[in-house]
Design a protein around this ligand. Structure first.
Ligand code: NAD
Ligand code: UDP
Ligand code: UDP
Length: 434
């Protein structure tokens, strides 16, 4: 009996014999000298349809089994625990950043041809720094969820985003667990003023919950720590390698030690679980939307000078601080989150002022006749503070651009509107918009 194979061979041979235009060489189906032949070939026997089905199946495969930035970089971070500057991690990041046309992400974002916008949670996003950060993230097209308990934050800081489908606002206290699906977590929730933070244990429990969230969804986590981790510093200016001089049982300890513990937790989750983390040590920051009566020195002096009250200088006024404008900080936070380095990084303006010098700048901006009144200083007040930002300059390509004399008038405009002006005014960025 003739086998099927023999039969097919016979058929082929017969076809070849009947068709004198077929090539006698390697591929018998390509006719010699006929440029249309490949197209005719594809058109025959629904071959084109099968090719298209093949492409569709491949696309479905890549969507169903996403390769993630997070999982790959977490593998890299297990091989090298602390700094994510290891070769493995860097090579992975560079390769994938190239793939994403320069955009670095965290979280379970599927590799694909299309650039995907990120889902980002900003805890404390209704506050001063958080709301400016949200503006920037929304402006670049990402979806933002703000989690805030409105302890010191205000809905007014975010009203410009109400109605935007890419924006969500959740009233929630981060000391309670929360389930969200996100790619990045900016963890700011925490009262930042000495007047408020004495009443709130946010730092430790809130940070633990947000790290738990980062672990569950594979998100990248950024902690906003503080220059307070240096306490009353014995090194000046402060470099990130300095361990600080902190009173563990003083009136500021819940904040200082809380943030130090938050840094510890962050590094432990990074080292032991491979969570992608970033740590910013923020120095004194000012700008529009600062809480008016939260007791911080810039907001106190500006509000007092505007209200024609004396500016309250604590102690002899010779203690120093370095003041950074909020947009500089936001730029630094975003660079840190998108960059390859864990940190910690000092984010602050190295310009150093005594409180008496600050009062002079406020006089220049508001009222040259504004008075000064001396008050007893608070306990454990750090004598001086100034960031060394060499590390951020070198590794993040970041440094502040707005001096105190340039930034302060922008804040004064906002305070003037809020103290005397139309209460419905929405403050957008550095200026005001009705
Ligand atoms: P802020 O008080 O204006 O904002 C903090 C926000 O967190 C507020 O909206 C508040 O309602 C919210 N919040 C507080 N506790 C919360 C909780 N348990 N759950 C949910 N939300 C909560 O302060 P800010 O100046 O915008 O500071 C933001 C972050 O930056 C803080 O973590 C702070 O420690 C850090 N920081 C700020 C400065 C600065 O000078 N502004 C300096 C160093 C560090
Ligand atoms: N957590 C949270 N959201 C999540 C995952 C965890 O709020 O999506 C909280 C969780 O309730 C816990 C904390 O984060 O209190 C730490 O979580 P982790 O899984 O690291 O620790 P465990 O629950 O195993 O002790
Ligand atoms: N300060 C002041 N007058 C005020 C409020 C604060 O002289 O009305 C001083 C305070 O003693 C400290 C400095 O300003 O030396 C900065 O205080 P702030 O609370 O703004 O920030 P932090 O102490 O956390 O750096």
């Amino acid at each position: 009996m003739e086998s099927e194979l023999t039969h097919r061979n016979h058929t082929t041979t017969a076809t070849q014999q009947q068709s004198p235009t077929l090539s006698p060489r390697s591929n018998p189906w390509i006719p010699v000298g006929n440029w249309k032949a490949p197209f005719v070939y594809m058109a025959q026997k629904q071959r084109l349809v099968f090719v298209l089905i093949g492409i569709a199946i491949s696309a479905m495969f890549f969507n169903s089994f996403p390769v993630t930035m997070s999982s790959l970089s977490q593998q890299a971070s297990r091989s090298e625990n602390i700094e994510s500057s290891s070769m493995t991690r860097r090579v992975l990041y560079e390769a994938f950043q190239e793939g994403f046309r320069g955009r670095s992400v965290g979280g379970k974002v599927a590799l694909g041809l299309k650039k995907k916008s990120l889902r980002i949670v900003v805890t404390g996003g209704a506050g001063f720094v958080g709301s400016h950060l949200v503006d920037r993230l929304i402006a670049r097209g990402d979806s933002v969820i703000v989690v805030d308990n409105f302890f010191t934050g205000r809905k007014e800081n975010l009203m410009q985003h109400f109605g935007n489908p890419k924006f969500e606002l959740i009233r929630h206290d981060v000391v309670e667990p929360i389930l969200l699906e996100v790619d990045q977590i900016y963890h700011l929730a925490c009262p930042a003023s000495p007047v408020h933070y004495k009443f709130n244990p946010t730092n430790v429990v809130g940070t633990l919950n947000m790290l738990g969230l980062a672990k569950r969804v594979g998100a990248r986590f950024l902690l906003t720590s503080t220059s307070e981790v240096y306490g009353d510093p014995l090194q000046h200016p402060q470099v990130e390698t300095y361990w600080g001089n902190v009173n563990p049982i003083g009136v500021r300890s819940c904040y200082d030690e809380g943030k130090r513990t938050a840094e510890t937790l962050t590094m432990d989750y990074h080292r032991s679980l491979g969570i992608e983390v970033r740590i910013a040590r923020i120095f004194n920051t000012y700008g529009p939307r600062m809480c008016i009566d939260d007791g911080r020195v810039v907001s106190n002096f500006v509000a007092q000078a505007l209200r024609k009250e004396p500016m309250t200088v604590y102690g002899d006024g010779k203690q120093t601080r370095s003041f950074q404008y909020v947009s500089d900080l936001v730029e630094g936070l975003i660079r840190l989150m998108e960059g390859d380095y864990v940190g910690p990084f000092n984010l602050g303006n190295p310009g150093e002022f005594t409180m008496l010098e600050l009062a002079e700048v406020v006089q220049e901006a508001i009222d040259p006749n504004a008075k000064i009144e001396f008050r007893p200083n608070t306990e454990d007040d750090p004598h001086k503070r100034k960031p060394d930002i060499s590390k951020a300059k070198q590794l993040l390509g970041w440094e502040p651009t707005i001096s105190l004399r340039k930034g302060l008038p922008l804040m004064v405009n906002d305070f003037r509107q809020r103290i005397f002006g139309n209460p419905k005014t929405v403050i957008v960025g550095g200026g005001a918009m009705a």
